[in-house]
Design a protein around this ligand. Structure first.
Ligand SMILES: NC(=O)C1=CN([C@@H]2O[C@H](COP(=O)(O)OP(=O)(O)OC[C@H]3O[C@@H](n4cnc5c(N)ncnc54)[C@H](OP(=O)(O)O)[C@@H]3O)[C@@H](O)[C@H]2O)C=CC1
Ligand SMILES: O=C(O)[C@@H]1CCC=N1
Length: 270
């Protein structure tokens, strides 16, 4: 029998996942979506051919429910859904910070819950999604989550205790790279290059570096050393990065992201 999957709270992440599932072969008629605004629901139907429904109908009919609302909206959504979700349905949470226990406390006793942290490269099938089981989730439930999120990139199972760290690294990770590209493009402008050329140079360098990191099998230190000639240009840049504490800033930044993920666990922190 065909399995129905519902994405509830279909914003940026929900739509990225949905579009990837369709690219990977899911039939749009087996995908249900919910949105808070009617115009958003219609937009999703027009773009993807999926069926917009209310949260209650999704709760009653879907075999797997994927909740992709903001952490602060999770409590209200669960209150609305809980009376309608049969306890044998899989509920996947994609929200930062929210522990599986938060869902288990609000859903029918024994409901299987899986927590997933993905990232926006899902839009180009290059997501990194980390997956953790709740108390009642079996290997089969984890495999279902892997099947769904595997449609948009790589998946990795981690103990739930590592989810906040993973959120800081890969969930937020793409933003740090976009930020670096933005700053390096500004540097190109300072050095006299037109913005579009500076952008192209940096983006292609980022792609080249990313492919080498993925495919060369070399440690990042070795890859950097290969660029860094004695008395050359690169070492002068590296000295400035060290002088400005960029390494320490990155460690502090990711620690702050991890702490914020922990803080979001209550589902109420604005
Ligand atoms: N953006 C990212 O890079 C990542 C985000 N996440 C997590 O994914 C989740 C979603 O993030 P993101 O997609 O960026 O956020 P969005 O705000 O784009 O998406 C959330 C959507 O949920 C809708 N919504 C809220 N409450 C309800 C409700 N009760 N019923 C139906 N729809 C509802 C919102 O409607 P409205 O448009 O009206 O507000 C919105 O469209 C978050 O929990 C976040 O932590 C995880 C990994 C990466
Ligand atoms: O910034 C956030 O809270 C979300 C979670 C990970 C990426 N974006």
């Amino acid at each position: 029998m065909t399995q129905k999957v519902a994405v509830l709270g279909t914003g940026k992440i929900g739509e990225a996942l949905l579009s990837g599932m369709i690219r990977a072969g899911w039939a749009p008629e087996d995908l249900l979506v919910t949105a808070r605004r009617p115009e958003r629901a219609e937009e999703l139907r027009a773009r993807h051919g999926v069926t917009p429904v209310g949260n209650t109908e999704a709760a009653k009919t879907a075999d797997t429910l994927i909740l992709t609302v903001k952490p602060q909206d999770m409590g209200a959504l669960l209150d609305e859904l809980a009376p309608h979700i049969p306890a044998d349905r899989l509920v996947i949470s994609g929200a930062a910070g929210i522990p599986t226990a938060f869902l288990e406390e609000r859903l029918a006793k024994g409901t299987p819950v899986v927590r997933v942290m993905t990232n926006t490269p899902a839009l180009v099938d290059e997501a990194m999604s980390v997956i953790s089981p709740g108390t009642h989730a079996t290997q089969e439930h984890l495999a279902t989550a892997e099947d769904i999120f595997g449609a948009v990139g790589k998946t990795l199972r981690v103990p739930e205790g590592q989810q906040d760290a993973c959120t800081a690294l890969s969930g937020s990770g793409p933003a740090y790279f976009f930020y670096l590209v933005e700053a390096m493009t500004d540097a190109g402008i300072l050095l006299g290059l037109p913005r579009d050329k500076a952008h192209d140079l940096i983006v292609q360098s980022a792609i080249g570096a990313a492919v080498m990191l993925r495919d060369s099998g070399e440690h990042p230190v070795k890859l950097r050393e290969n660029v860094t000639s004695p008395a050359g240009t690169t070492i002068n840049a590296i000295r400035e990065l060290e002088n400005h504490g960029v390494r320490a800033a990155l460690i502090a930044a990711l620690e702050a992201a991890r702490d914020r993920s922990r803080e979001l666990a209550s589902g109420t922190k604005d």
